[in-house]
Design a protein around this ligand. Structure first.
Ligand code: BGC
Length: 724
């Protein structure tokens, strides 16, 4: 509504008047007017977050003139109406220090894993639109959001920023999120291209992966996100891919991204991921965060390379044209950001909805939802009296009510730069539990001493233990345990009172040695701005926890493709191979199922307070499949119908080929039709640079997790070739 008004005013002032030329024509016309110096200005940018310089070990520097003070700033050419790029980190909200004018931060979304667990592209669009709106309202025109790296290792420090282990799920949701961002005239950035699937030694990892395996896994996630979201920027990653840095990787940037996938935006580097001015020849268009590079490569070194004939002026023109075309396509010039107050109430509702859909009920042995008759509730641990956990790194969101009350948890020494603290989003579950159980006495114990916690547990009718695990960009976790003695705490509490619910706030799977001894487990991920309310709602049943796991919860680390995270002992700057050929395209559940390895909880798993049935699975025309989903229980709820390819011409395999989140009233049934993308039934054929789907007999399974397929279907399908 507000945005609509701004457009009307802009249109009346002639600012947004319709133009006949395409973004391409307008970009070319601008390029023709630019001097070489002006062009170079557009090809590199600053890290403008002065507030964090010291933490990064960067020398003290004055503020960058014109920059709003965020992660990225690329000066514009005002004389030609080319705006500066004001780039802000995002993905889980707008990541910027509190606003100078109103002193407020922004709305923290839950971890992207909650979004993924909702299996809901519409929610992803809403989340993207919310972030885009807040960025726009703060004056930013680029959101560094759209992370789609697959979970190849459940210890990955940034998995919480991404969308899980399946390319169809991750790509579809990321595309929808990007679409939401860019609909606000804020440019989105698909990242980190490619294979930045672990944080350990991330600037020097050499990710090894065969072409077909890449195209069928991480590549497919990027490809689907590009097709559905049309991001106008892609951020290339720190690591090498098959021996070549991702930002200097001609094959990735030119052959795959542009030629095969038709990307027509620009490639920006990650901060400190450029290694030479000649990277421009491999398809990199813009150097970001130049302070992180030894020199600003896309400035003087690039003009020297031009004068030596190592780079052509045509290539420089092309990079600039791509940047300008992207800006024009998204509307950065015709709809510049307008500062206005953030509508925290509306945006908080988006965060709350995402969390409500993403909470995963992992176990419930007749305890949840909690009965209103409960009189004594013990709440234990996890700073539940203060807030809910968030992940660390560039996607950190400073919440709206800070900085005055920002609770900071010191996480010990040895972590890089500003990633030494965890922000607790200030929506304490304790007060929400008190609010939603007005008739009960609620007591809190911080959980520092298992003995004291057990004593309180004995007193209670029911115990809720909170178990957070902080994870962060720039480091992976060493194992899947809960840190800080939480496992011992839960075990002591459950021994004292088996009517125990564990609420996990984690950015990855964890092991649960105490699982048989507790009655219920809720995975709340990092729950975001309204996390306390959502958790309490799930406990008391005002919310049906309807999330389904976007990543397998393994039984141990020994059976992972890489039992030990590679590169942990690498010397600074030492290039370290990370062999992703071990699992190839068999990421996550595909790996476990091909080897018949039991997991703690399978991909796609999630319980509900009601019961669903899947019936009438049948094959329609072409690659359509239809079925009915019914709510056979007594309360309203939502499930995620998941369709898997289970075998092709007699060869067993497991691939998610379609999904639908279905919300139903008790007794209601809905007919669902899914159309399968043929690439999900095919293999990538390197020689022909296309997808080949063999003709023959295809077997599909339908259910609510990768391990529980209650309906099956066999169909004879003709062969197909699909061009990328
Ligand atoms: C991260 C990016 C982020 C950039 C700017 C890098 O370290 O990998 O995701 O956008 O910093 O903060």
């Amino acid at each position: 509504m507000r945005r609509g008004l701004v457009w009307v005013v802009a249109a009346l002032c002639g600012l947004g008047a319709a133009r006949a030329e395409t973004p391409d024509q307008r970009a070319s016309a601008l390029v023709a007017k630019l001097t070489l110096d002006q062009e170079l200005t557009l090809l590199h940018g600053n890290f403008a977050l002065r507030a964090y310089d010291a933490a990064y070990g960067l020398p003290p520097a004055p503020p960058v003139p014109g920059a709003l003070g965020s992660a990225g700033y690329v000066a514009g050419i005002p004389a030609l109406g080319i705006p500066a790029l004001q780039e802000v980190d995002g993905g889980l909200g707008v990541s910027v220090p509190p606003d100078a004018e109103d002193g407020k931060g922004s709305t923290a979304l839950p971890s992207s894993l909650a979004l993924a667990a909702g299996f809901d592209p519409r929610m992803a669009y809403e989340a993207g639109a919310m972030m885009g709106r807040e960025a726009f309202d703060r004056g930013f025109n680029v959101l560094l959001a759209g992370g789609v790296n697959l979970t190849r290792d459940p210890r990955g420090g940034r998995n919480y920023e991404y969308l899980g282990e399946d390319p169809l799920l991750a790509g579809t949701l990321d595309g929808a999120l990007i679409h939401g961002v860019q609909d606000q005239h804020v440019l989105a950035t698909l990242k980190h291209f490619a294979m930045n699937d672990q944080e350990t030694n991330r600037q020097f990892d050499n990710a090894l992966i065969g072409e077909a395996a890449f195209r069928e896994s991480d590549g497919l996630a990027f490809e689907i996100a590009l097709e559905t979201g049309h991001p106008m920027a892609v951020m290339c990653a720190y690591n090498q891919v098959n021996g070549q840095y991702a930002c200097a990787n001609h094959h990735l940037l030119d052959d795959v991204l542009r030629r095969d996938w038709g990307f027509d935006g620009f490639v920006m580097s990650d901060w400190g991921a450029v290694h030479s001015a000649l990277d421009i020849n491999a398809g990199l268009d813009q150097e970001s965060g130049q302070e992180f590079d030894p020199v600003t490569y896309f400035s003087t070194p690039l003009s020297v390379a031009l004068s030596q004939g190592l780079v052509t002026r045509a290539r420089v023109d092309e990079a600039v044209r791509r940047i300008l075309r992207a800006e024009l396509t998204v509307g950065l010039m015709d709809h510049p950001p307008v500062r206005q107050p953030i509508d925290f109430a509306a945006d908080g509702a988006v965060a709350a909805q995402e969390e409500a859909q993403g909470l995963v009920l992992l176990k419930n042995h007749r305890l949840l939802p909690l009965s209103p008759a409960i009189r004594r509730i013990a709440v234990i641990g996890g700073d539940a009296n203060t807030g809910v956990m968030s992940g660390g790194g560039s996607s950190d969101v400073v919440p709206k009510t800070l900085p005055q009350l920002l609770p900071v948890v010191q996480m010990g020494e040895g972590l890089a730069g500003r990633y030494t603290r965890a922000i607790l989003d200030p929506d304490p579950p304790l007060s929400e539990i008190e609010r939603q159980a007005p008739g009960a006495v609620v007591r809190y114990d911080p959980g520092l001493y298992p003995g004291a916690a057990a004593r309180l547990a004995k007193w209670a009718d029911v115990v809720v233990v909170f178990a957070p695990k902080w994870e962060t960009e720039s480091q992976d976790v060493p194992d899947l345990s809960l840190p800080g003695g939480e496992d011992a705490l839960i075990a002591a509490v459950a021994a004292a009172n088996p009517r125990t619910v564990v609420v996990l706030e984690t950015g990855n799977p964890v092991l649960m040695p105490w699982l048989p001894n507790v009655r219920a487990v809720v995975e709340a991920w990092y729950p975001g701005a309204e996390g306390g309310k959502a958790i309490a709602g799930a406990l008391f049943g005002t919310i049906d926890p309807s999330g389904h796991l976007p990543m397998s919860f393994p039984a141990n680390t020994a059976e992972l493709p890489r039992p030990v995270v590679p590169g942990q002992d690498a010397a600074p700057g030492q290039i370290t191979p990370v062999d992703y050929n071990i699992e190839g395209a068999e990421v996550g559940y595909k790996w476990f199922s091909a080897r018949h390895l039991p997991v703690l909880f399978p991909f796609g798993f999630g319980l509900s307070y009601t019961r669903f049935s899947f019936t009438h699975l049948s094959h329609g025309p072409g690659l359509t499949v239809s079925f009915d989903v019914g709510n056979d229980g007594k309360v309203a709820g939502a499930t995620v119908a998941q369709l898997y390819l289970s075998a092709r011409n007699g060869v067993a395999m497991e691939r998610l080929v379609g999904f639908a989140r279905v919300a139903l009233a008790p007794g209601e049934t809905r007919h669902v039709v899914l159309t399968i993308d043929p690439r999900l039934l095919a293999d990538f054929n390197v020689a022909g640079d296309d997808w080949v789907m063999p003709g023959g007999v295809y077997r599909f399974g339908l259910g609510d997790s990768a391990a529980d397929l209650t309906e099956s279907l066999t169909a004879r399908l003709p062969a197909q070739h699909v061009a990328p």
